[in-house]
Design a protein. Structure first.
Length: 425
């Protein structure tokens, strides 16, 4: 797909529902009693993989488009699937579902696409094994396909070496079935959607500093879930609005959970003009309308506890840094190497091809802003966030940019290019 520079962005958009929250609403609804009604569900390929896995385990899920109804079978109501579960490109599906499967009285095989089969699963195999489950990586490389032989679960007090909501959630979900209280302590707090939503479904779950604890409930109960817009999708329009001169964009109903909204802190530190309007104090997840006006940005230092709160936004932050005055240093972000692609390597390679001054480091990047970017051929490596980052970079680069595999945005934002076009005047 080919992209060209544009003058200014103006208007209003609503980004699709949050991916992390959409996945969880289907998973928790499937193991709850009664019906879970989900509004603004993200109809992206990843969340559809989650729906299809639970349908294969006997859950009746009515996908009506904007609304999804999950008719749950209770904590012990899943059936053994009669085929291999396909998680597609979705790390969240693979890791969270493993926590649930670890406690079932049947064996399952999970797999996914080429990218999923390269992503590290030892991080969930280790704690789930400690909880009493047998999990085999069928290719003996610590990756999917995984054979999960479910069974009785023991509670653990786990200290995770990585700040990862997927690891934390897998353990907490297995903890729903354990023989006592399970806790997970992380180096820094990762996104807390599991804790917030499980608590709404009736679980006894508490958090203190970087530790989350769960006591096994008798049952979970279906809920009505309003999924806010995904801040990780909004991030591309936040960046485009800030960078493209003369732009003003209103992004409606964006989730601003503090464990996800590090991008807003970073943008403001870089000098961005972003206003939060119409903040809702939903007990489940807070949301707000974001008014973004083009701004002159300057480079900053990003590392430490803020990293998990903006981990998926670092590719687009790297693009912003190319247009910021001075140096931006991103560190403590080695997790970027094990996302849908190696996002450090792919960003450095592609932004360098466009003329940016960017260096790869062991756990991040160093970017000197100010070099004008020019069009290039960009290999997205079929990573949705890479494709969207370069669609924004292309708006600001001179000449033509071609993004290979651009259609991979269907993972998290099928209407992305249409929404971008809508804002170009
Ligand atoms: C997610 C957690 C993050 C994030 C991913 C979604 C989740 O991954 O990158 O896109 O829904 O829990 P990690 O937990 O591996 O950091």
């Amino acid at each position: 797909m080919k992209f060209y520079p544009c003058n200014r962005l103006q208007g209003e958009i609503q980004v699709p529902g949050d991916k992390s929250i959409s996945h969880r609403s289907v998973m928790f609804g499937s193991i709850a009693q009664g019906t879970t009604e989900i509004h603004n569900f993200l109809q992206g390929a990843d969340c559809l993989s989650t729906i299809s896995c639970f349908c294969q385990m006997g859950v009746n899920i009515e996908n009506k488009g904007e609304t999804v109804l999950v008719h749950g079978h209770g904590l012990r109501g899943l059936k053994a699937p009669d085929c291999i579960l396909d998680c597609g490109n979705s790390g969240t599906t693979t890791r969270l579902i493993s926590g649930i499967l670890a406690a079932q009285n049947f064996t399952t095989i999970l797999t996914g696409d080429e990218s999923i089969q390269k992503r590290p699963m030892k991080r969930i195999i280790d704690p789930l094994t400690q909880m009493g489950t047998q999990i085999e990586s069928l290719n003996h490389n610590g990756c999917a396909p995984l054979k999960i032989m479910g069974g009785p679960i023991h509670s653990i007090q786990y200290h995770s070496p990585v700040a990862s909501a997927q690891v934390k959630s897998a353990i907490l979900l297995a903890g729903l079935y354990a023989d006592g209280e399970t806790s997970v302590t992380e180096p820094y707090v990762s996104r807390n959607h599991t804790e917030r939503m499980l608590s709404r479904f009736g679980a006894d779950i508490r958090t203190e500093k970087t530790t989350a604890r769960i006591c096994p409930p008798k049952e979970l109960y279906g809920q009505k879930i309003l999924v806010p817009g995904d801040i990780s999708s909004a991030a591309f329009f936040i960046a485009a609005g800030l960078l493209i001169p003369g732009s003003e964009i209103l992004i409606r109903n964006v989730g601003v959970n503090p464990t996800r909204s590090g991008i807003l802190t970073v943008c403001r530190e870089m000098g961005a003009d972003i206003t939060l309007l119409e903040e809702t104090k939903d007990p489940g997840e807070p949301a707000a309308d974001l008014l973004v006006k083009s701004s002159a940005l300057h480079g900053i230092h990003i590392g430490g506890a803020i990293i998990p709160t903006l981990i998926d936004e670092l590719p687009i932050i790297a693009v912003m840094a190319c247009f910021a005055k001075g140096e931006t240093i991103i560190q403590d972000a080695a997790e970027l190497k094990v996302k849908e692609s190696n996002r450090i390597e792919v960003m450095v390679r592609n932004l360098s091809a466009m003329g940016a001054d960017i260096k790869e480091t062991a756990d991040g990047m160093i970017i000197r802003g100010g070099n004008p970017l020019h069009g290039a051929v960009i290999d997205s490596r079929l990573d949705h966030r890479i494709a969207m980052s370069f669609a924004v970079a292309a708006c600001l680069a001179e000449g033509e940019t071609e993004i290979l595999g651009a259609e991979c945005v269907n993972i998290s934002y099928p209407e992305f290019y249409a929404d971008l076009k809508k804002l170009k005047n």
